[in-house]
Design a protein around this ligand. Structure first.
Ligand code: SF4
Ligand code: SF4
Length: 413
């Protein structure tokens, strides 16, 4: 295996152990090689000897790339970059997991494969899955390998966001265009979330342009160590952004997409990536006027998506938004910053530990007495829905933009 190009960065770690206090994997396992300090040590040892130290593969694999350690690291070590790079070098040598390989081929072949595959699944899903009585999402009907009866998958819709957009009449005059980057989850699994976001943009005087050539942001391929696919997806998106370079703002409602897009090195000049909460905060005067005194009547709480809080440093804007729409009914949970354990495909590939992490989040959510837990990341929302099922709780998981859109639809003035 090749040595890490992050030699200098690895040397910045002073072994202080500050990362131990915040690592969800370490909290569950108590094992030194599971925390950033231990992982970096193993990665460095490979550099010295060029042979895999025992436990290397497990240590590199068992990481949520949640950035909690980075946020707490006094030396600012780029821990997630180093771990993702280690996965890349491991993948180069040992090959990519065949399931991930097939999934990424589908992702890259969006026009031919992914939408068709998911639409076919939307007709067949009822054979194997049933709808949850109190929640969105599906659970299995029959035993399925690797999935227990509390694993929640999203109900596959028959229409994707693109299908709705084809028929949507958008009043173009007087609206300022912004690019809306929905991300795969919103585009193919939660189209209503995308329509909600576009609706709010329009009320604020903006037209969300969704170029159909947009691809996956690449986050999932980066996390899996498939840098070739990651680069390919990135370049395709950059081409789309360049084609629309007269539009300077690119808005997304997905924390992971926003984090990935902000890492693109060659964005067109003056082009800016904005999470929807950042965008709305910029236009807060107009939004506050639109919302007026209307407030949600249900109690809500908030889970910080790792890719929003630790990846992009966004914490105050979503809270401003939630206070605007729920007022006193917005209640902070204990440890909103803790990862929910989803982390892309981690929740599927490491079910047991992901569940243990999720159980803590479900407990903190329960303790607020909230009826709705919100989060600006579709991946977290799916995991939180599973959390409610596992904890046998009644709360729903919703994106703040959907709550806002509902409120505005009721009282639009
Ligand atoms: S907090 Fe940073 S410097 Fe300290 S041990 Fe962890 S990775 Fe190393
Ligand atoms: S990224 Fe998260 S899971 Fe991975 S080592 Fe850091 S804190 Fe632990």
């Amino acid at each position: 295996m090749t040595t890490s190009p992050w030699q200098q960065e690895l040397k910045k770690c002073v072994k202080c152990g500050a990362c131990m206090a915040v690592c969800p994997i370490y909290r569950q396992t108590g094992r030194e090689e599971m925390v950033a300090r231990g992982k970096l040590n193993l990665i460095e040892r490979l550099n010295d000897k060029n042979e895999l130290p025992p436990g290397w593969i497990e240590a590199v694999d068992l990481c949520l790339l949640c950035c909690s350690c980075e946020e707490n690291c006094p030396k600012g070590v780029k821990i997630t970059e180093i771990i993702a790079d280690a996965r890349y070098r491991q993948t180069e040598q040992l090959g990519l997991n065949p399931i991930k390989k097939s999934a990424f081929s589908l992702l890259k072949n969006r026009f031919l494969s992914l939408p068709r595959f998911l639409k076919a699944g939307s007709f067949l899903q009822w054979l194997l899955w049933r709808r949850l009585p109190r929640h969105s999402g599906l659970v299995r009907r029959l035993p399925l390998p690797g999935l227990d009866d509390k694993t929640v998958i999203p109900a596959l819709p028959q229409k994707h966001l693109d299908d709705y957009l084809k028929k949507r009449q958008t009043p173009t005059s007087n609206l300022k265009p912004v690019i809306y980057f929905p991300g795969c989850a919103t585009r193919y699994l939660y189209p209503q979330m995308g329509l909600d976001l576009l609706y709010v943009l329009e009320l604020l005087g903006f037209q969300g342009v969704v170029p159909k050539e947009l691809n996956c942001c690449g986050m999932v391929t980066w996390g899996a160590g498939d840098q070739k696919s990651n680069q390919e997806l990135k370049q395709r998106n950059l081409e789309v952004f360049r084609k629309h370079s007269d539009i300077k703002e690119i808005v997304t409602g997905c924390a992971s997409c926003g984090h990935a897009l902000k890492e693109y090195e060659d964005l067109p000049q003056e082009c800016e990536i904005l999470d929807i909460s950042e965008f709305l905060f910029r236009h807060r005067e107009k939004l506050e006027e639109l919302v007026g005194t209307d407030k949600l009547e249900k109690k809500i709480t908030y889970h910080d998506p790792c890719h929003l809080r630790k990846g992009q440093g966004i914490t105050s804007q979503p809270r401003w938004l939630l206070k605007l729409i729920a007022g006193e009914n917005f209640i902070e949970m204990r440890h909103p910053e803790r990862c929910c354990g989803a982390a892309g495909t981690f929740g599927l590939s490491h079910k047991e530990i992901s569940r243990e992490i999720l159980a803590e989040k479900a407990h903190d959510t329960d303790a607020t007495g909230a009826e709705i837990v919100t989060s600006g990341c579709p991946g977290c929302l799916l995991q939180l829905t599973e959390g409610a099922v596992v904890a046998d709780s009644k709360w729903q998981a919703e994106h703040p933009i959907s709550l806002l859109a509902d409120l505005l639809r009721k009282g639009v003035r």
